[in-house]
Design a protein around this ligand. Structure first.
Ligand code: CAA
Length: 257
């Protein structure tokens, strides 16, 4: 039987999703994207899963869209294949997703990592948008999300020349949250996800939504959303528990209500 294209495991309250097309460096075929969307949606609908790790292999997180499929498809078949809807479905996941990146993180792979909520990278990671070398440009948010993450100068440099950033450069430019030793990338991503999973889910979801809104709305509207989210979080049982636990000098036990 063929190996599953996505490996799924659970580590306490953390769902771990691993892309598994190692021979193609996890090129994001339609089949792989469909499996990712299905798995992420399943974890997202499970209240016992409070954070997700999305990873690839040690050699590659993902080397981009599947160039074979891109080359065989026509604009119409690519459009009709639901390609864009898959990316939207991942963006709509409410559970925080930590990208665990080792090795190549290129093209659609970099766009996928940027669609996650934060990136934990191995010191071996290489980030790039090399589509320009193929005569195209990023097609899944790269020109927008990379520019917001690293600023215009570095985004222009990467997208117009195809230059890759090392993990340390990606950290310095604000693309990744943490860089760790080669052997620790997955364990550290799981540890960070575990830390998030121990917090109150209501506050976590509202905070993720408010941070994402910072890229969509004017400052005044974002601050207004934050204020309302703050009061909504305060109305949760988790806030009662968190505040009480602090005063009683014990660890809170959040239920997600
Ligand atoms: N699609 C399909 N197959 C790919 C692939 C991709 N994006 N990237 C790598 N592979 C395959 C290679 O064809 C090769 O397969 P074979 O062994 O059958 O020949 C295998 O993975 C290993 O790759 P290499 O032999 O090339 O390995 P390398 O170590 O010499 O080079 C690499 C690694 C620099 C990542 C190189 O493979 C490469 O440049 N890959 C393409 C990266 C790229 O251009 N990505 C952008 C794709 S377009 C896109 O993503 C559009 C979008 O925004 C949505």
């Amino acid at each position: 039987m063929a190996d599953p294209i996505v490996l799924v495991e659970r580590d306490g309250r953390v769902g771990v999703v691993t892309m598994n097309r190692p021979k193609q460096l996890n090129a994001l075929s339609g089949e792989l994207m469909d499996a990712l969307v299905a798995t992420l949606r399943e974890f997202d609908s499970d209240p016992d899963t409070r954070a997700i790790v999305l990873g690839g292999g040690e050699r590659a997180f993902a080397a981009g869209a599947d160039i074979g499929e891109l080359s065989a498809g026509t604009p119409v078949t690519l459009y009709e294949s639901g390609h864009l809807e898959r990316w939207e479905a991942i963006r709509a996941v409410r559970t925080p997703i930590v990208a665990a990146v080792s090795g190549f993180c290129l093209g659609g792979g970099c766009e996928l990592a940027m669609l996650c909520d934060l990136i934990v990278a191995s010191e071996t990671a290489k980030f790039g948008q090399p589509e320009i070398n193929l005569g195209v440009l990023p097609g899944a948010g790269g020109t927008q999300r990379l520019t917001r993450a690293v600023g215009k100068a570095v985004a222009m440099d990467m997208i117009l020349t195809g230059r890759m950033l090392s993990a340390r450069e990606a950290l310095a430019h604000g693309l990744v949250a943490r860089v760790v030793a080669r052997e620790a990338w997955l364990a550290e991503a799981k540890r960070v996800a575990g830390e998030i999973a121990a917090k109150g889910p209501v506050a976590v979801h509202l905070a993720k939504e408010a941070i994402d809104a910072a890229f969509e709305v004017p400052l005044s509207a974002g601050v207004e959303l934050e204020r309302k989210s703050f009061f909504l979080a305060r109305a949760s049982e988790d806030a009662d528990e968190g505040l009480k636990a602090f005063l009683e000098k014990r660890k809170p036990d959040f239920t997600g209500r």
